[in-house]
Write a protein that binds this ligand. Sequence first.
Ligand code: C2E
Ligand code: CA
Ligand code: CA
Length: 710
Amino acid sequence: MNSNKLYAQLEQSVALLQEEKENKLSIICAFHEAVLVFTPELNPRIINDEAKVLFKDYLDNTAFIETVPFSKNKKATLTFHIKPWLDELMASPSDEPKEAYIWLKDPLTLKTKPLLISGKALLTPEGEVRDLLVVFYDRTVYAQADTQRRLMEAAFNSYDGQFITNEKGYITHPNDSFCALTGLSAQALKSITLTGWLDKQVRLKTSSHEVLTTLLETKHWSGEVELHPMPDTTFYAVLSISMLLDEQMNIEHYVATIQNITDIHEAQLAIEQMAYYDDLTGLANRRLATEHLETAIRHHKRHHSYASLFFINLDRFKAINDSFGRNTGDLLLQQVAKNLKSLLREEDTIARIGGDEFLIMTQDKATSKNKATQNAYHLSQKISKRLNKNYHLNEITINSAVCIGITIFPFADNDSAENLMVYADLAVAAAKRRNNNKTYFYEPSLSEALIERRELEQALTTADLDAQFQLYYQAQLGTNKRLHGAETLLRWIHPELGFISPGKFIPIAEEGRQILRLGHWVMGKAFTQAKLWADQQPDFNLSINISPIQFHEVDFVEQTEFMMEATGVNPINITLELTEGVLIADTESALKKIEQLHKLGIKISIDDFGTGYSSLSYLQKLPIHELKIDQSFIFRVPESQDDIAIVESIISLARSKKLLIVAEGVETQAQAEFLNQQPGEILIQGFLYSRPCTQLEFEETFFPEKPAIH
Ligand code: C2E
Ligand code: CA
Ligand code: CA
């Protein structure tokens, strides 16, 4: 072999070797993962393109691999030291590659990238380590899939119940929550279909047929349901069902989620209860009643039918509350509510719309106003019968009665819940004014009366008192018709409306507080008159009515004292008439005022005695001079044994306290005789002896020979 040939051969082998090496290198370089080949001294022999990209920030020195910030966890809080790992790989070479999951932090974005590091020691035929081959596999995609899978698992095992059916509808994949919610095991559910489960445990608000139709049309259905896993257990839930189809539109699966919203449902109920029901009685409140009424108005207008609206008030409830305390009042209201419920049907509306105001709306569907009126009257009788009775509350027995106002509706074209409630309210106020059978049907004249009331209120505010008002006087006579004194009674002679009785204008003036102006005027006039008549008869007494509104003014005593000084009246000629209610409400301050008046020398009389629920205990405490037996007791004397008993007991009570007694409303001889037969002197005031009259008339009758000095 000549040298040339040999060289050529050598050159060829070198070329081949070179080619092989380059081939190997290019294979390594073409590798999609980052590949590093290290010498046994851990110097990189080959770094492929991927590795150059991966470690581009660290390639400056040969020992760069040790500077790369590998970590053992995603958050990069545990460092992965690659040198000991490579040392170990070298120390115990094996056929199997050595692997580890590690993370690499990007110095720019600070994000970590998941990697699988896989290393293998390449050996010489003698078994010496020649190279270390290290591959870094990018696991980003796998990690994402892994997260996804964990998420899916978590979702499927969430708090919400979920299941997947097979194509036949059998529940093949229930999650734990679904099993817990339904009380059925995964095994048991396998033999139950979606519709089977719906039929067995779920109460839908629509039909299951409709659910299926919607599913077929839109592939999805969702709605609120009641879930009854056991006969006495109810969950409220939102059920969502989706239908999965394959490409040929065959049903593959149903996927359902059931979200337990029992908590929310209960909270909602509680809020509704607060917003729409009365705490004390559990009845509907005004708001709910108004809503029902509005619905009913629309219904009856559409169907040309009629129903009735009742307002029910307890007679003298305020007095019961004042005398026996709120607790007792509350108990009474609860019993009334209970009685009303027992009388009416479930679908009727019963509401408490104010203190002692109840509302009833029946589901009557009368075909005419007349028929509705008859039905309403019949019901009102039943209600009165059931509710007018003795109630036993807290060991006290209280007699209570109701007043009922009724309006039949639809009433007019402009009916609204608000209008009808005003009508019923007017009717119940009219019922209250009646003496017996306290039921009243609304009629337009009541609305007219309301308008009139507003006019009167306006007139009272602006009236010139001296021009329009007058004091009348009614005599009070003792034994042998001796003149004891008189009661002043206010009269209003309106320039256009004419004579208006105090029974009408006093309550309006009290409501609008014009009574303060009137009362002041009355006191001034009366004091002046009392002083004049005292000149004629030194022990003459003039009684003046004092409204509770007036009495409760903080400076009432000061005003009285001022008026005494201004008129120069002697207080022995003055009695102030108060009603029992004044003494009961705010007893402490009433007591103080009465004591102060007593010190001024002014006498106090209790007007309309016997009509309030007085506890009588105030009689012990207060310096009172006189009781006026209410006219309602005198009225049936001497016919009614009951009223005789009442009058006699009032008399003996007054005697025991050494009080003067006035009998009011004495109209007949028989009444006067009965009173005269009672032990001791009873003053008589009534039409029998004297009608209320003007000052001049009074003087003509009682001081004829001594003309008054004006
Ligand atoms: P009252 O204080 O109970 O007055 C007695 C009422 O009974 C008076 O009615 C009187 O006219 C009437 N009366 C007297 N004797 C008889 C009788 O034999 N038979 C009948 N059927 N009635 C009789 P009047 O004058 O209409 O006053 C009504 C109410 O108006 C009074 O009831 C009183 O509460 C109030 N009032 C009258 N004047 C004043 C006043 O100046 N100030 C205040 N705050 N209220 C007054
Ligand atoms: Ca009076
Ligand atoms: Ca009276």
